[in-house]
Design a protein around this ligand. Structure first.
Ligand SMILES: *Cc1c(COP(=O)(O)O)cnc(C)c1O
Length: 313
C-alpha cells in the first residue's frame, strides 16, 4: 500500500495501523521521516526518494539515478528504479549494468528493480508499451543478477491504474495508492469489468458552524462581496478554508454533497453556506470536488493539512 504524503492526506499513522490490522505487510513512503513513523507496522518499506544517514533495517531505498549511488551509506538495501518510458527518474537499460556494478562496489544490497507508469490512467496503449519495456528490463536485470551473484530480485511496476488495466498482479507486488483510498477515477472504458465502481472514497471532510447570520436581500458576503443575497436568507459560517487545503477556486462555485452552496469567497479559515446546520460534509468524494476546481482527486487529498483531526469510522 502506498502511504506517501501522509497517506494521501488520510493520516499516515492511522492508515499504517489499519494496514497492520488488515494484514498488509508492505508499504511505500516518500522519505525517511515517513518511514520512521510507520516502521513498526510493516515487514518491508520502500522509500521513494531519500538518502538516509543511517538506514533502517526493514527499509529499502529507491535508487533513482546512478549519481546517487555513492551518497548512500554502505549496506543500504536498495531497489533500482528503471526508466521504462516516463523519463522522470530511474536508470535506463544502457546504465543498468553500471548501476549493479557501482552498487556492488559501494557495498549496497540491490534487492529489486521497479518502474512507474506515466499514462496507465489514460485510454491509450502507452501503459502497454511501458510494460513491454519493463519486461525487457526485467530479463536483463535477471541476467545481471547472475553476473553479480544476487540471489533474488523483487520486481514491480503497477500503480492502481496499471493494476486495474491488467486485471492482475503482473510481477512480485503492486504499488496501490489511490484505489485503496477509493478514489481511482472511474472510467468505464479504461477498467471494464474490473469492479472499480465498487470502490468507495473513504475520506470525507466535515466543517463545524462558527456563526449564523440572517442576511437581508441585497447584502453581500465575505471578501470582495462577490455573493449577493437575492432575498432574506439564513447563512452559516463554517470553520474550514484554504489554509486547511480547500481551493479558493471552489468559491461561489460548488455544492456540497447535501446540496448546500458555497456563498462568496472561501477565506483562509472560513467559508459560508446557505444553511445553518451544525456540521456539514464539505466533500465525500475528492474526485467530484476536484472536478469543480479543475484538478484531480490526488491534489485535493494530499492538500488536506496534517493537523485536521481524523476520525476512523
Ligand atoms: C504515487 C506512486 C504510486 C501509487 O500511484 P496510484 O496512482 O496512487 O496508485 C505507485 N508508485 C510510485 C512510484 C508512486 O510514486
Amino acid at each position: 500500500m502506498v502511504l506517501k504524503d501522509n497517506a494521501y492526506g488520510h493520516g499516515i499513522s492511522l492508515m499504517a495501523a489499519l494496514c497492520h490490522e488488515y494484514g498488509i505487510k508492505k508499504a511505500v513512503v516518500r522519505n525517511q521521516t515517513e518511514a520512521l513513523k510507520v516502521r513498526d507496522f510493516f515487514d518491508y518499506i520502500l522509500v521513494l526518494a531519500d538518502i538516509p544517514d543511517e538506514p533502517i533495517t526493514n527499509v529499502v531505498y529507491a535508487l533513482n539515478s546512478i549519481d546517487m549511488i555513492d551518497k548512500f551509506p554502505k549496506n543500504t538495501r536498495v531497489e533500482i528504479k528503471v526508466d521504462s518510458g516516463m523519463h522522470r527518474n530511474g536508470v535506463s537499460i544502457y546504465e543498468l549494468d553500471s548501476a549493479f556494478f557501482l552498487c556492488q562496489q559501494r557495498g549496497l544490497h540491490v534487492e529489486g528493480v521497479f518502474t512507474h507508469h506515466r499514462s496507465a490512467d489514460e485510454l491509450s496503449s502507452e501503459w502497454f508499451t511501458q510494460e513491454e519495456n519493463f519486461k525487457k528490463l526485467k530479463e536483463y536485470a535477471l541476467e545481471l543478477a547472475k553476473k553479480y551473484q544476487i540471489a533474488r530480485l523483487n520486481f514491480h511496476s503497477q500503480n492502481s491504474a496499471a493494476l486495474f488495466r491488467a486485471g492482475e498482479c503482473l510481477h512480485d507486488m503492486v504499488r496501490v495508492g489511490i484505489a485503496a483510498y477509493g478514489c481511482l477515477y472511474e472510467d468505464k472504458n479504461l477498467y471494464k469489468d474490473r469492479g472499480v465502481e465498487q470502490l468507495q472514497p473513504v475520506l470525507c471532510l466535515f466543517a463545524s458552524k462558527i456563526a449564523t447570520r440572517t442576511l437581508k436581500a441585497g447584502e453581500r458576503i465575505g471578501y470582495g462581496g462577490i455573493y449577493e443575497a437575492e432575498k432574506d436568507m439564513v447563512v452559516g459560517t463554517y470553520d474550514v478554508g484554504y489554509a486547511d487545503g480547500l481551493f479558493r477556486k471552489a468559491s461561489n462555485n460548488y455544492k456540497t454533497p447535501e446540496g448546500y452552496s458555497i456563498l462568496g469567497r472561501i477565506s483562509m479559515d472560513n467559508l459560508s453556506l446557505d444553511t445553518d446546520k451544525e456540521d456539514v460534509c464539505i466533500f465525500n468524494n475528492a474526485n467530484s470536488y476536484a472536478a469543480s476546481c479543475d484538478t484531480i482527486g490526488y491534489e485535493v487529498l494530499v492538500g488536506m493539512r496534517a493537523y485536521i483531526k481524523r476520525n476512523v469510522i
